[in-house]
Design a protein around this ligand. Structure first.
Ligand code: C2O
Length: 541
């Protein structure tokens, strides 16, 4: 492959949206940020210079970072933040990877505005495994806040209560006509009748999973999380934050102006959110410019069956290599809980259910970030930053689904910790995720860094090894899996990429509450099984 250089300057930009003007953090004053274009096996070099007062890092979501964990980007996991005025150069190779990815900030809630697409084409002369589209378009789903998002995260954590909903959903940063002052703040694709378009869908929303649909048009899914899928035609798709999907759309309807809409998927109960959709236009050449757009038919916000239908449709196109035997098996509960508030002043920290503090956990451990990166501490053998005792099963075992939220155990508190699970190089790993929670159950988009994994099974209720059905024939190869609300999902992968890899819910509020854990994959013995030395310009905390 060839080498592609990009210059990313973290810069503030004044934008006016929803009748309000504010400064947001961007890359190169673009919102969404610049697109990184490449081909399979290319080397990518991105020099990131931080010209804002905020801490920054960039994560290359879905890029497996083979032997390049130092450049993965999650703050306090693989690097310290790039502080004001500092520069860090990310260098990695897209080893056997192509498709739609995205990059985003991975510190505080900066990701709300610091994101952009990564488009990796097949090698020269290699066609797509479907009819080449007439045109391709990047469609990024997002959320927009009128408040400063970095302060907002701090306020939410200090209150102990829930996070306020976004002020708008956006498509390529445009809220569209359903929002105040946004009639002209709308994204549009002009289409030629009869032609087929490929949309590279990316969900970059901060705190919401989302449905996407186009009025009267079918979507044919051909790729999910940057891996080809068997073609699957549907009226709508659902993407959790962190997920990407390529869909083909043929302009086969009467000439007109059609809505492309993004609405919420919210499986939790009693949560406040905006049940309104961001709308963009899929507009035929020849349609009257002022014609009314035909509305898209999104599922209702709590349509779990619609989500299951999309999941059921995702099947690997290429032959798969699912480990049949397992060396390391983890049972990981993912969920929200309430901890005792730490303050005697009720305004502070105590605004969760029953005057508690909202928290989240994996196996009842609320993940706490260390003060330097875990990768650096691990590599340099610096004590006191993390422990290696992440439990292989929940600390307190209870009847997850039926236990929550009405019949929760008496002690519903999680323990704080920065616990990691060490995996031997080359081990075949299975993780069973079980949604739970003492506040509510909810679909959680769980993302694993450094790997794609086979999603071999999922279902509702408590995981039961006797009745669970596994697909070892054509499971999808993903990097983010929406664990069904009150249900379970099972993934498998081979731990062949040494390093320190974050595994977390991609809803940022859940990540802030501690819904994460870290997997450490040890070095192997061969030269291509060992993590190289850290780069000289690695930021310091
Ligand atoms: Cu896209 Cu750790 O995230």
């Amino acid at each position: 492959g060839s080498t592609r250089f990009y210059d990313f300057k973290v810069q503030t930009l004044r934008v006016t949206k929803l009748c309000n003007t504010k400064e947001i953090v961007t890359i190169n004053k673009k919102f969404p940020g610049p697109v990184v274009y490449a081909q399979e096996d290319d080397r990518i070099i991105v020099k990131v210079t931080n010209e804002t007062p905020y801490n920054a890092t960039i994560h290359w979501h879905g890029v497996r970072q083979k032997l390049s964990c130092w450049f993965d980007g999650p703050s306090y996991i693989t690097q310290c933040p790039i502080q004001a005025g500092q520069t860090f150069t990310y260098e990695f190779t897209l080893v056997k990877q192509k498709g739609t990815f995205f990059w985003h900030a991975h510190v505080s809630w900066l990701r709300a505005t610091v994101y952009g697409a990564i488009v990796v084409y097949p090698k020269t002369g290699v066609p797509y495994p479907f009819k080449h589209p007439y045109e391709e378009h990047i469609v990024i789903l997002g959320e927009y806040w009128l408040k400063d998002v970095v302060q907002l995260e701090q306020q939410v954590l200090a209150s102990g209560g829930a996070a306020p909903p976004a002020d708008a959903f956006t498509i390529n940063s445009h809220p569209g006509p359903n929002y105040n002052c946004s009639r002209n703040d709308v994204y549009k694709i002009d289409v030629v009748p009869g032609k087929t378009y490929m949309l590279r869908l990316i969900n970059a929303a901060l705190n919401m999973e989302n449905f996407f649909a186009i009025a009267y048009h079918k979507l044919t899914v051909v790729e999910a999380d940057a891996e080809y899928t068997k073609s699957f035609t549907t009226d709508r798709v659902m993407l959790g934050p962190g997920q990407t999907m390529n869909v083909l759309v043929t302009a086969d309807q009467p000439i007109g102006k059609y809505s492309m809409a993004m609405g919420p998927y919210m499986s939790a109960k009693n949560v406040s959110f905006q049940n309104i959709s961001a709308v963009a236009y899929f507009q035929y050449v020849g349609a009257a410019p002022n014609s009314l757009s035909l509305p898209a038919n999104l599922p209702s916000f709590n349509d779990n069956l619609a989500v299951k239908t999309v999941m059921d449709g995702l099947r690997s196109l290429n032959p798969v290599d699912v480990p049949e035997e397992i060396d390391a098996s983890l049972f990981v509960t993912v969920g929200l809980n309430v901890n005792k508030c730490r303050s005697k002043t009720p305004q502070k920290n105590c605004q969760g259910t029953n005057n508690g503090t909202f928290a989240a956990s994996m196996n009842n451990i609320t993940f706490m970030k260390p003060t330097i990166s875990i990768l650096e501490a691990y590599y340099k053998k610096i004590d006191g930053q993390f422990t290696e005792d992440f439990p292989g099963a929940p600390l307190k075992f209870y009847d997850f689904v039926n236990g929550a939220p009405n019949n929760a155990p008496n002690n519903t508190q999680a323990r704080n910790g920065t616990r990691t699970k060490v995996l031997e190089f080359g081990s075949r790993v299975q993780i069973i995720f079980q949604d739970t929670g003492t506040v509510t159950t909810e679909n959680h988009p769980i993302h694993l860094h450094g790997y794609s994994f086979y999603v071999i099974g999922y279902g509702t209720g408590n995981f039961n090894p006797q009745t669970a059905n596994f697909n070892l024939i054509d499971p999808p190869y993903m990097n983010t899996i929406g664990v069904p609300v009150g249900g379970w999902a099972v993934i498998r992968f081979v731990a062949d990429n040494p390093g320190v890899w974050f595994m977390h819910c991609h809803l940022d509020i859940h990540q802030s509450w501690g819904l994460g854990a870290v997997l450490i994959v040890e070095n192997g013995k061969g030269p291509l099984e060992t993590l190289p030395h850290p780069p000289a310009d690695l930021p310091r905390c």
